[in-house]
Design a protein around this ligand. Sequence first.
Ligand code: 4UV
Length: 544
Amino acid sequence: MVFKSEPLLLMPQTGLTSFIFSNPNNVADDKPIFIDAETDKHITYGQLRNLVFRLNHGLRRIGFKKGDALCIYSANKVDYPVIVHGTVAAGGVVSPANAAYTAEELAYQLQQARAKYIVTSEENLKIALDAAQQVGLPKKNMFLFGQKAIDGVLPYTQAILADEECPAEEFDFEEAKSTTAYLCFSSGTTGRSKGVMSSHTNISTNCLQIAQAMKKHLDYNTARFIGFLPFYHIYGLSAMIHLGAYWGIPVVVMPRFDLAKFCQAIEKYKVTIAHVVPPVLVLMAKDPIVSNYDLSTVTHYQCGAAPLSAELSMAVSKRLNSKCVQSYGMTESSPGSHIQPLDNETHGIVGRMLPGMTAKIVNEDGKGKFKPLFAAVGLGERGELWMAGPNIMQGYLNMPNETAATIDNEGYLHTGDVAIIDSNGMFSIVDRVKELIKYKGFQVAPAELESLLLQSDLVADCAVIGVYDDSQATELPRAYIKVSSGVPENEETAKALIKFVDQQVANHKKLRGGVKFIDVIPKSAAGKILRKELRAMAASEAKQ
Ligand code: 4UV
């Protein structure tokens, strides 16, 4: 059985830049759009457009070509959107990198994306220089946020912001569908992280899908977002940089999450919609600090990127007297695919599929493969969610096999998430069958940590899974280790392994779930790690 959402009423006909600046809500040029929560400095709608087209001009002047990739390696900045939209306007590809990456992690992304340029911040410059050197990216192609030149790296405002605007690269309908605008990185259902090619049309269509679904729930004139979600992750990129600019909704920008500053900013700027991840809601439900602030302007907390329990959602609604709803998405679906309508206050669901999409729920055939359940699926039955629509990615960059394993011949993206649909067409995400671990909404690829661990002499074999920590509403990466012969299974070995990994990875990938010793890593006949068994083991240990 195929589930269809409502039809999509409009398809974008142009490239992403023309779409984003089409100004459907007639936003005034002097309306502040990106506001720095720390300094109160802001960029108005008119200034944003001007800066984007000047950057577009400046990039072309230094020889930036259509299809060139530019990596942004920075925490959120109020002018981060200028770099994003300016690069796309020049016909380029934006590859945003996690600001906590080590030099090796960044070098991997630069190399995969074949990035020719980097825009980074003062705090990230040292690592950016190291990574750039590793991949042979010249210093003259690196630029800084801010106004200062450091170590011979110029601020972008001096180096690539022309005085005059220049029109964006134009794309017709077909070109917009086939031209990549973003390369975010995702591990998908298995293996290391891969460059997800999102076309101009993927991204602009997703804005229209969300706009159509939210139309009756949003007042564009009064809405205000708070933007602490990292702009380098597809959720922040979509919600703030695309939707904020397209709808003309002010976004209060924070470089990172801090509970008191978050509440302070909501109170000061009268934020109406707070995009969050589950661990933030734990604090909103329980932390005494929250009571010190007037958060009454928030009509709803919009949670995504990781599972949210009905209990936590309910606790937030009750304490803050506000709605707490979810949306669901993936880097590979550009990113939104499901959103909970605000007139449905059921807790624990991710809502309806966005307009213009189809889905199947498929069941396990007992051999580790999934096959469609054609009859009577539905309502209430669990299975892997497969979905198709104009927002499904073009594919993984230079990885045709991985793309073919993820998007089937009929165009269905195999999500690796287990879903249930109810009789109102509302979906719940109830489990995950892919390898992916989510730490506070950030992706952790087990394969990456496993390959690191296998480089240690202490390790004969290993497997990494996520274990759920209720108190923080997040999974924590845990390693199961078969030690090399003669290596003691003791606390010292565990500590040494944790240190070994933690020193080489970004903060969100650290082995916070600890190390457990095991005699044999459970594997299938084909040598695939049976993570389900390890998860069951972790669950039974947790109960003891
Ligand atoms: O690829 P990724 O890191 O992408 C994301 C994107 C999240 C969202 C969420 C709502 C939006 O409106 C939006 O624009 C973007 O996280 O990871 C994708 C995986 O994260 C899990 C699930 O396993 C996906 O395959 N995930 C995402 N949202 C939810 C979720 C959710 N609401 N509930 C449970 N799991």
